[in-house]
Design a protein around this ligand. Structure first.
Ligand code: ZN
Length: 215
């Protein structure tokens, strides 16, 4: 479940995330990973952003057994051997699924990587990369007006820039966790305009549910 509430200048994000293992690897400790994920999200998605105060309530529920019906229209992080280009993770833009590459769980649990999960969650919340594809100090013309106004200075350590951008800026990836006030405003707007409720990977049929695509 994902919900976003606003009371004057206080925005609260409520995440209830199901954590599942879609790989054949049997020795993954979902409880440990759930703790790491919760901590990383709460760290990034809270604080003061301009005039806005942001808070996060995060519950990550490890599910060793589950029915697809229970996952339908819920926020899911699935450990998957089918992440595109063997990346660390990938997310549905404005959707409800993050696929996480099992090769990188260790770096997430150890804190060597504190950025991938919050970055992918940003995409779930409808945040785009603020820069154009493969172009340093650029504007992403496909992003929203709020994102297009993010300055090059702000991009240097921004959570939603791609890894190569941060590296080119000479910043350590774990130090590039910043969000701007505009991005925080945008995720609330995205939620209220109902852009964040689609589930692209679990399809409901008449009497059953099934995965769509390679998970
Ligand atoms: Zn991204």
């Amino acid at each position: 479940m994902l919900s976003v509430t606003r009371k004057e200048n206080l925005i609260t994000l409520n995440f209830e995330i199901y954590l599942i293992n879609k790989t054949s690897l049997a020795n993954i400790n979902l409880y440990v990973l759930a703790g790491s994920i919760k901590k990383q999200i709460e760290t990034v998605y809270s604080g003061t952003f301009g005039k806005i105060e942001l808070r996060s309530n995060v519950t990550v529920k490890p599910l060793y057994e589950y029915k697809l019906k229970a996952l339908h229209n819920n926020l899911v992080i699935a450990i998957s051997s089918n992440v595109t280009n063997d990346n660390v993770a990938e997310a549905d833009f404005g959707g409800l699924l993050i696929k996480l590459n099992p090769k990188h769980l260790e770096s997430i649990n150890s804190g060597i990587n504190k950025r991938t999960i919050p970055h992918e969650l940003g995409h779930i919340l409808g945040l785009d990369h603020p820069h154009a594809r493969a172009k340093f100090e650029s504007i992403n013309l496909e992003a929203s007006a709020l994102e297009q106004s993010i300055t090059n200075q702000e991009k240097l350590n921004n959570l939603m820039c791609q890894s190569w951008y941060i590296q080119k800026a000479g910043i350590t990836l774990n130090d590039a966790l910043a969000l701007t006030e505009n991005q925080v405003k945008l995720l609330f707007e995205n939620y209220t305009s109902k852009k964040l409720t689609k589930n692209y990977h679990i399809k409901r049929r008449l009497f059953s549910y099934s995965w769509i695509g390679k998970i």
